[in-house]
Design a binder for this molecule. Structure first.
Ligand code: ZN
Length: 140
């Protein structure tokens, strides 16, 4: 898509810092660098979000996540952890609508990422949990 910033990066209209590339995916440094080495992995076909992924895209993205994660760990021996984040839809904080995975290395020092998990309140009952799982199971 010509007005997509990530497609423009793929076509080299916009420069980027390449981390990894194969025929299916491209990985490059996020310009914001929430932490050192903050990398984005994108599928080469323009797909908006995970709901537009094909099994082939899922497979190549999964493979790239594994490769880039291990490269980050090797590149930065003081890395203490790695957040792998994917946002789908505005409600989920997606801001560029070409599907992408953030790999955010975590170091001892403070960085720009904060994540909180607040339990649903009130807690779901066992019956409700069963019904939720069943609803999802029946959607396959
Ligand atoms: Zn695109």
């Amino acid at each position: 898509m010509s007005n997509c910033i990530f497609c423009q990066i793929l076509s080299k209209e916009i420069p980027s810092y390449t981390v990894y590339e194969n025929e299916h995916v491209y990985a490059f440094l996020d310009i914001t660098q929430v932490s050192k080495g903050h990398t984005l992995i994108i599928p080469k076909p323009h797909v908006k979000d995970v709901f537009e992924w094909t099994p082939d895209i899922a497979s190549s993205m999964g493979e790239a996540i594994e490769k880039v994660s291990k490269a980050l760990k090797k590149a930065f021996p003081n890395m203490q952890g790695l957040n792998i984040i994917n946002n789908n839809g505005e409600r989920a904080y997606q801001s560029v609508f070409h599907s992408h995975i953030h790999l955010i290395p975590r170091f001892p020092e403070q960085d720009g990422l904060s994540i909180t998990f607040e339990p649903h309140s009130p807690m779901y009952t066992q019956e409700e949990m069963h019904a939720i799982a069943q609803t999802i199971t029946q959607a396959f």
